[in-house]
Design a protein around this ligand. Structure first.
Ligand code: SF4
Ligand code: FES
Length: 249
């Protein structure tokens, strides 16, 4: 299949970027999107041109490293799919495809399609852990967890930290990411001692790092490759309100 790519090229955060046009005359429909970019990059290198920078690691949809806007949609807009799991068979011969990096104040551009998502790690560092002694491996049944809570916690823990929710949000809010991290610990017994301190610290960190405020638009849920649900934001907000009220008492 023949494609035309328009790729955002930008050497670094200080220099201006622009869309550069590339012809891809022979993309194989069975290739993944990143493999198609690999082939283009090999051709660029052979011609002595600078290859297109983009992030990736596992290429199995589990590490959260890949991510870019494809035709204006985070990860390409296919439900529950990271860009590394997106295949060229979902495009048509003759398609024009626009590739841009995540755009958010808290994600400074590194080069081309690669941005620095360290801010998400810093939100986790602010409270996404349990610091109570958990001891050595306890008996499996020693800490009973209601089935519903266990399943909800696992749903929240599916977040891979890709940042698509931020990129898709008109406010560049990290609410879905933060809510997933707050919830997966807050739903389990081991996460209870620091539950309210955690939500206060992580939401404050998100705000201080330059992420916007959530206004319930819902683009994050639509863009999330792990289908993290908006209800986790509601859960985080309830915990945040509880923490605020109890700190005033
Ligand atoms: S909530 Fe979804 S979109 Fe946001 S970082 Fe986690 S996996 Fe990515
Ligand atoms: S490269 Fe790991 S999720 Fe895409």
């Amino acid at each position: 299949m023949r494609l035309t790519l328009h790729v955002w090229r930008q050497k670094n955060a200080r220099e201006a970027g622009r869309l550069v046009h590339y012809d891809v005359p022979n993309a194989n429909p069975e290739m993944s999107f990143l493999e198609m970019l690999d082939v283009l990059n090999e051709e660029l290198i052979l011609k002595g041109d600078d290859p297109i920078a983009f992030d990736h690691d596992c290429r199995e949809g589990i590490c959260g490293m890949c991510g870019m806007m494809i035709n204006g949609l985070a990860h390409g807009g296919m439900r529950g799919t990271t860009v590394c799991q997106l295949h060229m068979r979902h495009f048509k011969d003759g398609d024009e495809i626009y590739l841009e990096p995540w755009r958010a104040l808290a994600f400074p551009l590194i080069k081309d399609l690669a941005v620095d998502r360290n801010a998400l790690d810093r939100i986790i560092a602010a409270g996404g852990y349990v610091s109570v002694p958990t001891g050595s491996g306890p008996d499996g049944n020693a800490i009973p967890v209601p089935k519903e809570n266990a399943e909800l916690a696992m749903d929240a823990a599916a977040c891979i930290g890709c940042g698509a929710c931020v990129a898709a949000c008109p406010n560049a809010a990290a609410a879905l990411f933060t809510a997933a991290k707050v919830s997966h610990l807050g739903l389990l017994p081991q996460g209870q001692p620091e539950r309210y301190q955690r939500v206060t610290r992580m939401t404050a960190a998100a705000s201080a790092l330059g992420f916007g405020a959530c206004t319930n638009i819902g683009e994050c849920e639509a863009a999330c490759p792990k289908q993290i649900r908006l209800e986790f934001i509601a859960r985080m907000n309830r915990d945040f309100l509880h923490a605020s009220w109890t700190s005033r008492e």
